[in-house]
Write a protein that binds this ligand. Structure first.
Ligand code: RIB
Length: 308
């Protein structure tokens, strides 16, 4: 089976504690039960794409984990889901990535990542993987692997004619060269502000920030607005798409589920607006459950919510 979608990015093991509030500096608090589950922005997006596609296609994941038990468990999870794991590389020199996550009673989180092997994924390794996954049309990246790997991979994929989607998380400044190679960017409010200098408070400011990203060369801009939905902007569309109202238990990975779902929808030929509606439903379902990959809904669940 040829992969139509490639995800290049991080894989972590998430250590999660839910508590009434997130601890401040110097504060120790007693939380609830501990949850360990697979995470990492790259892996979450790859898993969301794999789980949400309608056909039996394979998503190819390009990443690096350690040779420890966390890395082994992560690969096992990818294989069970049916992903192409040939390019989930094993690093002898560093442990697998780990994320420490606190979740408060409103479902908001704070995350601290020890990147481990994620920090050693090189552009040459990605390039080798790309040459062995021919005919993929879509590639999805984030910013939890080295920036020069991201920059070089984006340039190479764009040169091959692939549609490049960047979820610019965690937030960091990017060189202007990246933007012209992007078919689509999916920042949240914080990331959009860092990339454009515009604080996103409403549709007007989202439009202003999106306009700046378009001037920099991005074809399609989707700014995610949490529970409020997503703002989409390109040469023909200027639209706020609402999210269904749900009770949030844990918002971790909602942005990852959104990006993975959106790429699936677009790869299946849906319009950008329909793709965002699909992605908003998938992300809304994910926030009603604890964890990152453990919270990704199935295609059937999203379609049922869409019909409802
Ligand atoms: O976006 C959520 C993810 O961020 C978590 O799964 C954690 O691993 C960090 O990468």
């Amino acid at each position: 089976m040829l992969a139509k979608i490639i995800v290049i990015g991080s894989s972590n093991t998430d250590m999660v504690v839910k508590a009434a509030h997130l601890p401040g500096p110097g504060e120790t608090i007693l939380g609830g039960t501990f949850l360990m589950n697979p995470g990492g922005k790259g892996a979450n997006q790859a898993m969301a794409a794999q789980r949400l596609q309608s056909n039996q296609g394979q998503v190819a994941f390009v990443a690096k984990v350690g040779t420890d038990i966390f890395g082994q468990q992560a690969i096992q999870g990818f294989e069970q889901a049916g992903m192409d794991t040939r390019f989930v590389l094993k690093d002898e020199s560093s442990p697998s990535g780990v994320a420490l996550i606190g979740v408060d009673e409103r479902g908001e989180n704070s995350i601290m990542v020890a990147p481990g092997a994620n920090a050693n994924l090189t552009a040459a390794e990605v390039s080798r993987a790309l040459s062995e996954i021919p005919n993929a049309e879509w590639v999805l990246l984030q910013l939890e692997i080295p920036l020069d790997t991201v920059e070089n991979s984006i340039a190479e994929c764009a040169k091959k004619g692939m549609k490049v989607v960047l979820n610019p998380a965690p937030a960091q400044k990017l060189s202007d060269d990246i933007f012209k190679n992007l078919y689509l960017i999916t920042p949240n409010e914080t990331e959009a502000e860092l990339l454009t200098g515009v604080a996103i408070t409403d549709t007007n400011t989202a439009r202003k920030a999106a306009g700046i990203l378009r001037e920099k060369g991005v074809e399609n801009i989707v700014i995610t607005l949490g529970a409020k939905g997503a703002f989409v902007y390109n040469s023909t569309t200027d639209l706020l798409i609402l999210s269904p109202i749900v009770e949030a238990v844990d918002t971790t990975a909602a942005g990852d589920v959104f990006s993975g779902a959106l790429v699936v929808a677009l790869s299946e030929g849906k319009s950008l607006a329909d793709g965002i509606t699909f992605a908003c439903q998938a992300a809304a379902l994910s926030v009603t459950r604890m964890g990152a990959q453990s919270s990704i809904p199935s295609r059937g669940e999203v379609e049922a919510l869409l019909k409802g």
